[in-house]
Design a protein around this ligand. Sequence first.
Ligand SMILES: N[C@@H](CCC(=O)N[C@@H](CS)C(=O)NCC(=O)O)C(=O)O
Length: 243
Amino acid sequence: MRYELYYWPHIQGRGEYIRLALEEGAADYVDVGRLPESAGGGRPGVARMLEKAANGRTPFAPPILRAGKLLISQTANILQYLGPRLGLVPKTEAARFWAHQLQLTMADLVVEAHDTHHPIAKSLYYEEQKAEALRRAENFRSLRLPKFLGYFERVLEGNPGGDARLVGKALSYADLSLFQVISGLDYAFPRLMARMKNEHRRLAALHHAVAARPRIAAYLASSRRLPFNDLGIFRRYPELDGQ
Ligand SMILES: N[C@@H](CCC(=O)N[C@@H](CS)C(=O)NCC(=O)O)C(=O)O
């Protein structure tokens, strides 16, 4: 199976959760958005997918995965599909729902991280909502992020398979996604995260361990991994990072 990923070519964004799973699972895939426009890629290649899917199941937003005749969108939904096929989730139904539940909780956190710089509207520039962003980020730093990170630290602590993983004994796509969330938070909130990682040693260890996995390390060092930038979900505005 050669998978096709459709995602915006200029940012890691939500496409990155899918890329990490495909890379760790050594899947054969094409990152269509990063192909030249002349080869059907780029933003037009992704936009075409959002106009009208041939099967009538047009997705609302990327990331989108084409797997043969299947066209799947929503990040957590794609990972729920890929997990068993790439050996990135345990076999039991209970474990699969648990991994999906954790992924959806990460999706909630990702929205809140995005809203620190765009609390009013995606369609406005940061500078047009900076006052609200400062207030929102203060609340994120003092209440919301500690609540989310405290939760994931407790999940690691309570995992019967060991505190190095979120689900069971082996690496799952939920671990890869938590790695990506922490990487993004490190980029956007370096001061805050230095403190947070001291207080959440299991999260810090998981982040480190995933980065060191051979396939992930090779991917991170490759040109397939886009750098963080000021267009994505995680953006570095020092004034939002507190003191
Ligand atoms: N809940 C969806 C969110 C998808 C989403 O917001 N995609 C962004 C890029 S990361 C987008 O292009 N959104 C267009 C829009 O919301 O109008 C998911 O997790 O996949």
